[in-house]
Write a protein that binds this ligand. Structure first.
Ligand SMILES: Nc1nc2c(c(=O)[nH]1)N[C@H]1C(S)=C(S)[C@@H](COP(=O)(O)OP(=O)(O)OC[C@H]3O[C@@H](n4cnc5c(=O)[nH]c(N)nc54)[C@H](O)[C@@H]3O)O[C@H]1N2
Ligand SMILES: Nc1nc2c(c(=O)[nH]1)N[C@H]1C(S)=C(S)[C@@H](COP(=O)(O)OP(=O)(O)OC[C@H]3O[C@@H](n4cnc5c(=O)[nH]c(N)nc54)[C@H](O)[C@@H]3O)O[C@H]1N2
Ligand code: SF4
Ligand SMILES: [Mo]
Length: 757
């Protein structure tokens, strides 16, 4: 993959506050360049408004209807929107002029900058140029290849979390009607560990916290392994509100992220001209992957204090009424050794004692987390230990308290609710059968990692992706790219060109779709879609802009069009495509919590899905109780001379979409091939800040190289390093995954750094 020249990277001091005037300037500049000034401003003002479209950025919830401002978006939401609504186009002339092999030399930044795809394109076996194809021909071709499969499980259907509820529902229906549960999704690489741990311990795979628990009620907010200043920027507004009424914030992160230090709210005068609001009260610079030891340690402290003064620390009523497994968990905490906790977490006992004092002083505690927690081998155990931490003081199912995994893609949570999962429970499949009159397959399908293995081993012929950038987002880039090329047919429904469209199967299709911002008119008239945010609020989203090309189709219409070609009108594919109310009717009858869906989704602001632990302290686990679990602390074992590398996001990207080459808050300008390392770790290797180095990941099956990174001395615990995804995915071994969730361990890769060769 071609990369920018590393000589151009400029490194400045990291910032100590975020947003303010520069955030507005960057948002508007980006919008003006991509969309034009007037169209840009008009589009941004419709974002996150009740009659407008949902931000295509992250899954942070919108404020209540009356509390919304006129400009309810952040810098990165503006970038996501402008990126989609760009005036640039990559049409048939573009593909005639550029061969696939030529485009493979470009990096993701430049590939997506060619603009929106405009019409269906086909790449024939042995050819190097995509050529136009009609929609009907494309559907026929896919249907033909699918029908020819000896077993429907030789197809896989990937979903990225931007798909609407309606598109996702029809998509899982198509896969199951065909006879497969091979529904890998981006969630497998994202919050799968959260779903896994929460389902087991509290009986629901989602967070149980509402926005006002954070803004109005929580006395302590713990933010673990998350960088909201970049990835969920409007969360800072909520945190600012919490601070202003006296809440405390503890942040647990190996990097001192500027967004958690100080926030200048660009929507307030004080934020624009003042010094802003200090957010974090206590920063715990945990070692990468040290969080299980950290939470086990703080639970041990809480237990010791309870033992010293019984009845003062734990919520015994709650524990007795609602929980099981308490005694066993206590036994395990009693036997923990402080030396282990300190060495694994990289924090001192004293630091954890202070943290425990914050906890005891707070009547209600929320814990928010994201990828810094979920993408480790012991991620599920870590999240179970976070649940233990909350249960001890009854911090669930009351105002201002609970677990709050902060989701990534704008509708990744909704896609899961709609059945995008390779192992949906039988209760869902039964309802699907009753609604549509066919027997869905019951065997579990492939998740993302297992799909790659199956493609590599020749067990998948057809790979279909509803959005996303599979080869760039998944681990072990070289393995994944080869696996994709091993398929007979690869199909991508996409808005813009990316690397996955170029690492194709023997033949390939590129199907361009409408984006969130665009008007969606079908035979039944103007349509809207629905999405679910991180706090389980389902609401409508309606695009306003004229479609980027006359030939674009909605995701629903593409999936239903394929369904009709494959199966005729057996279950009313055309009706669903013509009028999305028909789909919502099906959803209402199949998915729990969607009673009166059509009516409630039309309410301004939408409605909240039921969550037993939040609503009534109901825990639908195996025992019917909230479960304390025993989670033996462990942390990644880093051999002498090696570092543990986390791969994260810059401020100028949305996953594999790279908007620009800066990471303003961390002081990086003009380049992405940098690696952040503790200054002492550099000097221990005879290296200096600014040196050019190679990264070598070490795994049982051999070494993987990523070459030519600039070393940046940075404040992070000894033994830890950080660099950007997706450039570093080549270093993440396919077989290095989290226990139980099978999520790639993108935040703990064992590496050596060596002077560049
Ligand atoms: N602008 C923008 N917004 C986005 C995205 C984007 O790419 N750009 N992506 C979206 C998606 S899909 C997602 S999932 C979210 C991701 O949101 P985040 O999880 O915030 O994303 P990352 O950049 O991966 O940041 C991980 C954070 O965890 C910390 N961390 C790493 N390892 C550890 C550890 O072992 N322990 C602890 N305690 N902390 C650790 C890192 O220092 C970093 O601050 O954002 C969503 N929103
Ligand atoms: N090393 C490392 N790897 C990671 C991570 C990490 O932290 N470190 N994070 C993981 C996480 S949390 C996630 S969620 C995954 C993300 O994995 P994906 O969801 O697969 O990747 P994205 O980069 O979000 O996908 C971007 C592409 O989606 C397409 N697209 C954009 N909008 C639309 C739309 O409206 N419709 C359709 N059909 N297509 C659209 C565009 O063509 C664009 O190129 O990556 C994972 N990979
Ligand atoms: S916080 Fe997330 S959803 Fe909200 S405007 Fe920013 S990117 Fe969009
Ligand atoms: Mo994600």
């Amino acid at each position: 993959m071609a990369t920018n020249s590393d000589d151009e990277v400029r490194v400045e001091k990291p910032k100590t506050s975020v947003a303010g005037m520069p955030a507005i300037r960057h948002a508007l500049q980006y919008a003006a360049v991509e969309m034009g000034v007037t169209r840009g401003v008009k589009t941004l003002l419709a974002m996150n408004q009740t009659s407008g479209f949902d931000c295509p950025g992250c899954a942070w919830p919108d404020p209540k209807v009356g509390d919304r401002s006129h400009a309810e978006f952040c810098e990165n939401g503006a970038k996501a929107t402008s990126w989609e609504a760009t005036r640039d186009r990559a049409g048939r002339e573009f593909f005639a002029a550029h061969s696939v092999s030529e485009l493979l030399e470009e990096d993701s930044h430049s590939l997506e900058h060619h603009g929106r795809l405009t019409e269906p394109m086909y790449l024939a076996p042995g050819e190097d140029h995509y050529v136009p194809i009609t929609w009907d021909e494309a559907f026929e071709l896919i249907a033909d290849r699918l029908r020819a499969l000896p077993d429907p499980n030789r197809a896989a259907f990937y979903t990225s979390g931007r798909a609407s509820n309606e598109a996702a529902f029809v998509y899982q229906l198509l896969a199951r009607r065909l006879g497969t549960n091979n529904l890998p999704d981006c969630s497998n690489m994202c919050h799968e560990s959260s779903g896994s741990a929460l389902n087991e311990t509290i009986g629901v795979g989602k967070g149980t916290v509402d926005l006002d628990d954070i803004t109005d009620h929580a006395e302590l907010i713990v933010i673990v392994g998350q960088n909201p200043g970049t990835n969920h920027p409007r969360m800072l507004t909520a945190l600012e509100q919490a601070k202003q009424r006296g809440a405390r914030i503890v942040s647990v992160n190996p990097l001192l992220e500027a967004g958690l230090v100080r926030f200048k709210n660009p929507q307030s005068v004080r934020g624009l001209i003042g010094s802003g609001t200090k957010l974090t009260d206590r920063s715990l610079p945990v070692r990468v992957n040290g969080d299980l030891a950290l939470f086990a340690g703080v639970n041990k402290v809480l237990l010791a204090r309870e033992d010293a003064e019984p009845g003062t620390i734990f919520d015994h009523d709650f524990i007795e009424t609602y929980c099981d497994g308490f005694d066993e968990a206590c036994r395990a905490w009693r036997s923990l050794q402080w030396s282990e906790i300190e060495s694994q977490s990289g924090l001192t006992r004293e630091e954890l004692e202070h943290f425990a004092s914050d906890v005891v002083a707070a009547k209600s505690v929320v814990v928010c987390w994201a990828m810094g927690i979920t993408q480790h081998r012991n991620a599920v155990a870590t999240i179970r230990e976070i649940v233990n931490f909350l249960l001890l003081r009854g911090n669930i199912g009351r105002p201002g308290a609970g677990p709050s995994p902060i989701r990534g893609h704008s509708n990744v949570q909704g896609d899961r609710t709609m059945g995008i999962w390779e192992r949906m429970p039988d209760a869902f499949l039964d309802k699907l059968r009753d609604e549509f009159g066919f027997e869905p397959p019951r065997d579990h399908g492939y998740d993302t990692v297992n799909t790659i293995r199956a493609m590599r081993d020749g067990a998948i012929d057809v790979f279909f992706a509803l959005g996303g950038n599979f080869v760039a987002a998944t681990p072990d880039t070289a393995v994944t790219e080869a696996a994709m090329k091993n398929c007979a047919l690869t199909v991508h429904v996409a808005t813009k060109l990316n690397r996955s469209h170029l690492c194709h199967g023997r033949e390939a299709l590129l199907l361009p779709c409408l984006g969130r911002t665009e008007r969606d008119v079908q035979a039944g008239g103007d349509q809207f879609v629905s999405v679910e945010d991180s706090m389980s609020i389902v609401h409508s989203s309606k695009g306003r802009l004229a479609p980027g090309s006359e030939l674009l189709r909605s995701e629903v219409s593409i999936v239903a069009g394929l369904g009709r070609t494959l199966f005729g009108e057996d279950i009313g594919w055309s009706e669903m495509a013509n009028d999305y109310r028909v789909i919502r009717g099906h959803i209402e009858r199949v998915v729990d919590g969607f009673e009166n869906f059509e009516e409630r989704v039309r309410e301004p602001g939408g409605f909240t899905l039921p969550r037993g632990p939040h609503d009534s302290r109901t825990f639908t686990t195996a025992s019917g109780k909230a479960r304390f679990t025993v989670n033996e602390p462990d942390a990644i074992n880093v051999p002498e001379g090696h570092l543990v590398l986390q791969t994260l996001r810059s401020h100028d990207q949305f996953n594999t979409t790279v908007y620009g080459l800066d990471d303003r808050y961390r002081g990086i300008k003009g380049g992405r091939r940098v690696v952040f390392v503790n200054a002492d770790d550099l000097s221990a290797r005879g290296l200096h800040d600014g040196d050019l180095v190679d990264l070598v990941s070490v795994w049982s099956d051999g070494e993987r190289y990523a070459k030519g990174f600039r070393a940046v001395a940075y404040e992070t615990p000894r033994g830890c390093a950080a660099t950007y995804f997706p450039e570093a995915n080549v270093l993440v071994p396919l077989d290095s995954t989290a226990l139980a969730s099978n999520t790639p361990t993108s935040k703990s890769v064992i590496i050596r750094i060596e002077p560049a060769t």
